[in-house]
Design a protein around this ligand. Structure first.
Ligand code: LAG
Ligand code: CA
Length: 596
């Protein structure tokens, strides 16, 4: 693996092209509809209320060119008050009623589908087909819409004979029969070979299609035999004429392993590519991305792969790189949007602490609260990469062109003559001139702003004579494309003192007790801070003693480390104890510290 990666990097460096081990996505597979037409980016608004999804379609998703939203399951689910209303209630269906979930009513759901459609955004429903309820702390109803039930008995829908006979947990994951016929974490396993069960499931999906839903994520698809998935697919109606009237888009959650490979399910639709998730998350986490133009081997064809950096399960079970990692994670999601493999699915999370079972922000009755992205509990990380969605749409059909690398954490590539993006997974800015096939002009940097209705609220860059110069921020990106041209009006735009390559005034205020004759200075890893040489440290003023003050202009968006020192009259120096302090200025700032 290591050898192949470095070979790819070396060949790319020598020949100036990327070794594409995996073909880019392009043509539509005949097995199923294309995702979202020419707008393929999906965002998972995990656990959002229907009315919040509708508002997001109008304010953000439509204007930025998102193709679809994956919404959490809309069918009636168990309500587990005794367990604090965990998020996973939704994955235990009680009936296929849309009347009432923790996210709103059927009318709210219909309104959401309509409003998103008006904004040009499709709804993909997370469809739980493999099972009904398990044996949690509450084993009988009512469910969220008022239905009574017990495990294996859902009045008017399913009775005991509609479930597989195994009736125990899957224990041997090497045995395909068990994986598909026994119970996934104790969830009553539907006999999907039965015509009745297939009709019931298709009836539910067709009701959603009738409302205007354009596609589905099949939850736990690996636990349903392929033939059963295909039998359900064959019963589905075509989607609404607004979406072209073709087959619904289907992507299947298949966590590939030694028993079942994701490729096995390709005949029934797209599949989630967990190997991509692992590769990309680890590469960005480790700051080892220079080889990523070619990705790795063992991935399903890009035309059939749904790709993601994290999903709602992995952010809990394998949190390699998640929203808690901040800029580095946003950078990975931005990369995924720029790179021509797979159908990208952006995660949008809520924050939690403590148990991984913790539900979304909710009322005392377990009803989910409306999303407020200004509230720290709603992370809304899709908004951090909203500008990159237009990049994806604009470069559709191009492959990777010119490649540039710096350190192993730095990678830039062209997408034909339509786009150019640079990624910097290191702690320092990456300044360089990039050769590009972009036509001459002024371009909006959509990695640091959005471009909506001709307005760029980020920085802009000038391409002239086949190149542009940029300072790619630490743990940040720069991305230009032909559909977003014009001067930026936001931070970093021309005329703005904060433009890339610019600086911010950083005030250092340190509370330090000294004796007469001693002075306090600040020293750090940047030249402006003396590059850790006490002789070149920046002196501070004692005018407001005991607060020692100075202001230094430091590079924007570049992380730096620093410490305070005391200099004695005889020239000897005393260093603060403890580790280095650090900060990344995104504008003028004052840092208030106490001597340690
Ligand atoms: C999925 N993909 O295959 C979902 O992405 C995943 O989030 C679902 O599990 C799983 N399939 C079943 O739809 C989630 C939670 C589980 C939870 C389950 C059912 O990750 O933890 O199980 O939904 O609500 C819970 C308890 C189990 C218990 C089970 C049945 O955690 O301990 O055995 O309920 O009562
Ligand atoms: Ca099954």
């Amino acid at each position: 693996m290591t050898i192949r990666r470095s070979m790819a990097a070396a060949l790319a460096a020598v020949f100036g092209f990327a070794l594409l081990l995996v073909p880019p996505s392009g043509a539509v597979s005949p097995a199923h509809a294309a995702p979202g037409g020419d707008k393929e980016v999906v965002v998972h608004l995990f656990q959002w209320r229907w009315e919040s999804v509708a508002a997001e379609c109008e304010s953000t998703l439509g204007p930025n060119g998102f193709g679809a939203v994956q919404v959490s399951p809309p069918q009636e689910h168990v309500v587990l008050q005794g367990e604090g209303y965990p998020w996973w209630q939704d994955y235990q269906p009680v009936s296929y009623s849309l009347d009432d979930t923790r996210r709103g009513t059927r009318a709210d759901f219909v309104d959401m589908v309509d409003r998103c459609e008006d904004a040009g955004v499709r709804i993909y429903v997370d469809a739980v087909l493999n099972h009904m309820t398990g044996s949690g702390s509450v084993d009988s109803g009512p469910g969220s819409a008022g239905s009574d039930y017990t495990k294996y008995d859902y009045p008017g829908i399913y009775q005991s004979r509609d479930f597989h006979d195994c009736r125990r947990d899957i224990s041997d994951w090497n045995d395909k029969w068990e994986v598909q016929n026994c119970e996934l974490v104790g969830l009553s396993d539907l006999d999907t070979s039965s015509e009745y069960v297939r009709d019931r499931l298709a009836g539910y999906l067709n009701e959603l299609i009738g409302i205007g839903v354009a596609g589905f994520r099949y939850d736990a698809a690996k636990h349903v035999p392929l033939a059963d998935v295909q039998a359900i697919n064959s019963r589905l109606d075509d989607v609404d004429a607004a979406w072209g009237g073709g087959r619904p888009y289907v992507f299947q959650e298949v966590i590939g392993d030694q028993t079942i490979a994701p490729g096995e399910y390709v005949p029934a639709g797209d599949v989630t590519e967990f190997q991509y998730h692992r590769d990309i998350s680890n590469a960005f986490k480790n700051g080892d991305i220079a080889h990523l133009t070619g990705l790795g081997g063992n991935l399903v064809d890009g035309e059939q792969a749904v790709v993601f950096v994290a999903n709602h399960d992995t952010q809990r079970s394998h949190p390699t790189l998640t929203h808690t990692d901040g800029d580095r994670y946003d950078l990975a999601q931005a990369f995924m949007l720029a790179h021509p493999y797979g159908t990208p699915k952006i995660m949008s999370s809520y924050a939690w602490s403590g148990s991984n079972d913790t539900g979304p922000p909710m009322g005392s009755d377990g009803e989910t609260r409306a999303t407020d992205c200004a509230d720290a509990r709603w992370v809304c990380e899709h908004r951090e990469v909203a500008g990159m969605v237009g990049f994806r749409n604009a470069v559709d059909g191009t492959s990777i062109g010119d490649v540039a690398t710096g350190s192993s954490g730095q990678l830039a590539f062209a997408r034909g003559d339509r786009g150019h993006a640079a990624f910097n997974a290191t702690g320092g800015a990456w300044s360089r001139t990039f050769d590009t096939d972009l036509p001459d002009g002024t371009y909006c940097d959509v990695a640091n702003g959005t471009f909506v209705d001709g307005e760029c609220d980020g920085p802009s860059y000038t391409v002239s004579g086949g190149s542009f110069s940029a300072q790619v921020p630490a743990d940040g990106a720069v991305a230009l494309h032909v559909a977003a041209q014009g001067e930026g009006t936001g931070p970093g735009g021309p005329g703005d003192p904060d433009e890339p390559g610019g600086t911010a005034a950083v005030g250092f205020h340190a509370n330090v007790t000294t004796w007469y004759g001693q002075n306090v200075l600040v020293v750090g890893d940047l030249p402006q801070l003396g590059s850790w040489n006490p002789d070149d440290a920046v002196a501070m003023s004692s005018a407001d003693y005991p607060i020692w003050k100075t202001t230094v202009d430091l590079p924007l968006d570049q992380r730096f480390e620093y410490k305070f020192i005391k200099r004695n009259p005889d020239g000897t120096v005393e260093w603060e104890s403890g580790g280095n302090r650090s900060y990344t200025p995104s504008g003028p700032v004052t840092l208030n510290d106490d001597w340690r």
